[in-house]
Design a protein around this ligand. Sequence first.
Ligand SMILES: [Zn+2]
Length: 238
Amino acid sequence: MKVDLLAIAAHPDDVELTSGGTLLKMAAAGYRTGILDLTRGETGTRGTPEIRLKEAARAAKIMRVAVRRNLGLPDAHLEMREDYKLAIAEAIRELQPRTVILPFWEGRHPDHYTAAQLGFEACFVAGLKNYPLGGEAYRPFKILYAAAYDYQRPTFCVDITKEFDRRKRAILAYASQFTPPKEQRRSKVVLPLDELEARMNSMAQYYGRLIGVRYAEGFIVKEVMQVDDVVEMQVRSM
Ligand SMILES: [Zn+2]
């Protein structure tokens, strides 16, 4: 059940919206990809946990991921707790991803930045041999933060022009969230959800613009990027 690339997120649909194209592209390149959802999104205004799980399974098929897990941690109540960290660390040991995608470490929704911190610390302790955890010690090599969570300027972008339509299908598999019945749309609470899909599409366009392609997803890394061939570097300067 090992994967090469694992995206960890607080809610089902977070991964599709922020790094779905990149997962699709890596799957097409022959890598095994996976998604680890921390919660079932049960406090969301729309849908039920059961519906959202079904939608997540449908989206996983469209996303061509080898593995999709849900840890069932409490939605809207993610916090830095040892047991939450251990649950993620055990999944890391089992799935052994070389690269992990986390939400950006700041943003509006507390679950998102808490998932980033939980995910980071889980990756770290998964590598400690004597930590009270099942499985064999394992630590991922690379951590990427998905920039779209906080509209950040990325360190690098992945061209997802070819994957964009399929990413859109995966996002719209969450019908309870993005295409609810009319009466739900008339709610008096203004839901950022109604704009979310369009906003994430324009983010993909913006990130695409940054590297001179139609659509892209942006990522931030804390380390410096290494370049071996400065003659063949991508993204035009003028
Ligand atoms: Zn979310």
